[in-house]
Design a binder for this molecule. Structure first.
Ligand code: LIP
Length: 284
């Protein structure tokens, strides 16, 4: 019978690896040419690839029997997230931030079993923010347990500070759904929420929700590697990840449409109110 997984040992391995990856990331920021992927706002650099290579090599050397899924080696239609223990990695989440030297990029190192995130490490080497989460063992920002901020009032849509992203699709029905929903949420004759923030990194947005710095984060179009690590960090902080479309209470990690909500007694009502404010549906 295979040995039970030591999730805390895996977390420690990923923290050490994140620090090593962070050294590489900070050494290259502002010095790396970028190229387009799907279009002129979907960007990648040779540093993304170099960091993924480093992470993949360390994982293969330490956990040769586990699977690996990374953004830069993903092959659409071929790479599938299976039930085996899998490292689900975005070497640099917030690549556009990295290119612009805006200090909100991170390495996002997730670990799933049966497609469920169980260990997550998200490290922003510019601001020295190490977010960690292990199933059943809580989540932390550096040495502080999450959430850092207790709600001063019950979470409501009107009082919410919401993480959003424009993403890389800038035309078509998904873009229209986002823009129309942003407007409905912000407008005086809509929900008139307190505000929006776009950190430019799904992982950083989710960790900000886990910490209680954001009340929620809504996005469609990102992938399992963008969210896997943040997901367990969020849930171990008492937060909740539901789908980015109405009624999707239990999304898969590769659902590609997400709504992260902080720990709060009002979160279920918030989720229903948010979904009720959407204009159209996301389809990725
Ligand atoms: C980014 C995501 C972000 C999304 C961007 C991009 P990347 O990941 O974290 O949420 O809005 O379009 O996909 O490409 O920087 O690893």
């Amino acid at each position: 019978m295979s040995q039970p997984l030591d999730l805390l040992e895996i977390k420690d391995f990923l923290v050490k690896l994140a620090l090593e990856a962070g050294e590489l990331i900070t050494s290259k920021t502002g010095k790396t040419e970028f190229v387009d992927k799907a279009n002129s706002v979907d960007l990648v650099t040779e540093t993304d690839a170099a960091v993924e290579k480093l992470v993949a090599e360390r994982v293969a050397a330490t956990y040769p029997d586990f699977e690996f899924m990374g953004e830069e080696s993903y092959v659409p239609g071929e790479t599938k997230l299976g039930e085996k223990p899998t490292f689900v990695v975005d070497p640099i989440d917030g690549t556009t931030n990295f290119i612009h030297s805006f200090p909100f990029s991170c390495t996002s190192l997730g670990f799933t079993v049966n497609r469920e995130p169980v260990v997550g490490v998200v490290y922003n080497p510019f601001l020295k923010l190490m977010y960690t989460g292990v199933k059943g063992h809580g989540s932390f920002l550096n040495d502080e347990r999450l959430p850092l901020r207790k709600s001063v009032s019950k979470l409501t849509l009107q009082n919410a500070l919401i993480g959003i992203e424009w993403g890389t699709q800038r035309s078509g029905p998904n873009y229209k759904c986002k823009v129309d929903t942003f407007n409905k949420l912000a407008a005086e004759d809509g929900a008139m929420v307190h505000g929006f923030r776009s950190l430019g990194s799904a992982a950083m947005n989710i960790c900000a929700v886990a910490a209680g710095m954001l009340d929620a984060y809504w996005e469609g179009g990102c992938y399992a590697w963008d969210v896997a690590a943040g997901w367990i960090i969020l849930s171990e902080a008492g937060g909740r990840m539901v789908g980015g479309n109405p009624g999707l209470w239990n999304p898969a990690v590769d659902e590609r449409v997400y709504l992260a909500v902080k720990a709060d007694e009002g979160s279920e009502q918030f989720i229903n109110d948010f979904w009720g404010s959407m204009v159209g549906k996301l389809d990725y």
